[in-house]
Design a protein around this ligand. Structure first.
Ligand code: GLV
Ligand code: MN
Ligand code: MN
Length: 410
């Protein structure tokens, strides 16, 4: 089959570069935060490409964009998807690859004159990254049904504005209802965003699942006072408690072993001045583990330590959950399919879990789902220098095409 159905490699690379120019950062990389002006321009480009491919385009009420190629029969569709929003210091590939490769799969079917048995869809889900509006995977969660539409729309982001207001502002509060489609299967091509494939000299990852993710935001409230006159023993220093908790996260990961990840990625001190004891510290902790029990244990320890550290300093502490996802296992038959397709193309492949969150882990609640990884040079992602070699991008898209073709014929 690979003889007849071929991804247009230069076409895929050109689309990745073109989308990467929207929100391009000086010096490389891209900033297309969810529902920003740059996201709007990226969406407009994507919709234009979908229309060129004569896909039927639907925008739903949370702004998910789905392009549909009709099948011979009115069956549940096979969906390919990912996202086109990025973190503020993102690369060209995270998310964009899966969506744009989906377009190239459709283009390849069209060139070959093939109308699949089942409809084929390409989806770009709203706000996968979650760095502006938590939780991440917001659009797929609403699509799948576990996050109520109204709760998602009411979410207020880091700049104090809501999902609803921004969706309306960029013109992507669509008319299509959410939660209507249950695909026959879901496939997502993505860059690995980690070092494993490159380190082992492998070309493809058949992703077995996604590790559990727990995001918590803490707010510590102490008392501002003079840095020069307030004895150490009389302070109620929100900043000092923040530092202790951040340090604890690091030692916690050491105790739990290599499977436990912990990141303090965001912090804000108030008033944030050299000679003022901080009155407030707001910060986030991202914990991840493939083992649910270990993740639950790490989270419980973190909360207990935070309460104790605050009590010792005589400050208030509150926390709220920004995101909580249990580890997910992908459909074994689809993981096998990805592995077989990679082998069929003569590519070296291994199975591995995903460290990053993906829309596929949400779609896996709705239908059989799987992912294809291609190597990230230097293991870098969420970094403007994120890079995957052209040949690997094209290999990934070819595997997506071949796996999609089988699934859409079934
Ligand atoms: C999403 O990109 C995440 O894993 O944080
Ligand atoms: Mn992604
Ligand atoms: Mn990402």
């Amino acid at each position: 089959m690979s003889g007849q159905l071929q991804i247009d490699g230069p076409g895929l690379l050109a689309r990745i570069q073109a989308l990467g120019r929207i929100g391009a950062l000086a010096g490389g990389g891209v900033c297309r935060l969810a529902l920003s002006e740059e996201d709007r321009r990226g969406r407009d480009q994507l919709v234009a490409w979908m229309r060129e491919l004569e896909l039927e385009v639907s925008i739903d009420r949370i702004g998910n964009i789905v392009g549909t190629l009709a099948g011979r029969r009115d069956l549940a569709p096979v969906m390919m998807g990912s996202h086109i929003d990025t973190v503020a210091t993102g690369g060209l590939y995270d998310g964009a690859l899966g969506v744009l490769a989906g377009l190239e799969v459709v283009a390849a079917l069209r060139r070959a004159g093939i109308t699949p048995e089942r409809p084929v869809q390409v989806a770009a889900f709203t706000n996968e990254e979650g760095s502006r509006f938590a939780p991440d995977m917001m659009g797929s969660l609403v699509y799948q049904g576990d996050l109520p539409l109204e709760a998602a729309l009411d979410t207020v982001g880091i700049d104090g504005t809501s999902v609803r207001a921004n969706l309306e502002r960029i013109g992507y509060a669509g008319p299509a209802p959410v939660g209507v489609g249950r695909p026959h299967a879901y496939l997502e091509l993505h860059v690995e965003q980690g070092p494993v494939l490159e380190h082992e000299g492998l070309e493809v990852g058949a992703v077995t699942g996604v590790q559990g993710i727990c995001w918590t935001e803490f707010t510590v409230s102490g008392v501002s006072n003079h840095a020069g006159t307030t004895p150490m023993r009389l302070r109620h220093d929100a900043g000092a408690v923040f530092v202790e908790i951040a340090r604890f996260v690091r030692t916690l990961t050491q105790r739990y072993g290599a499977g436990q990840l912990g990141t303090v990625g965001h912090c804000r001190l108030h008033p944030n001045l050299v000679n003022v004891i901080p009155a407030e510290a707001i910060f986030t902790v991202d914990l991840r583990n493939t083992d649910k029990l270990a993740l639950d244990g790490a989270e419980a320890e973190l909360l207990a330590f935070a309460a104790e550290a605050a009590a010792q300093e005589g400050v208030e502490i509150t926390h709220r959950s920004l995101a909580r996802f249990d580890p997910v296992a992908f459909a074994p038959a689809l993981v096998d399919l990805v592995e077989r397709k990679a082998q069929g193309l003569g590519r070296s492949v291994r199975r591995l879990p995903s460290g990053a969150g993906h829309d596929a882990q949400i779609m896996a609640r709705l239908c059989p789902a799987a992912m294809i990884f291609v190597p990230s040079v230097g293991g870098l992602s969420h970094n403007p220098a994120e890079y995957t070699k052209d040949a690997d991008l094209i290999t990934g898209a070819q595997i997506l095409l071949e796996a999609l073709f089988d699934l859409s014929a079934a």
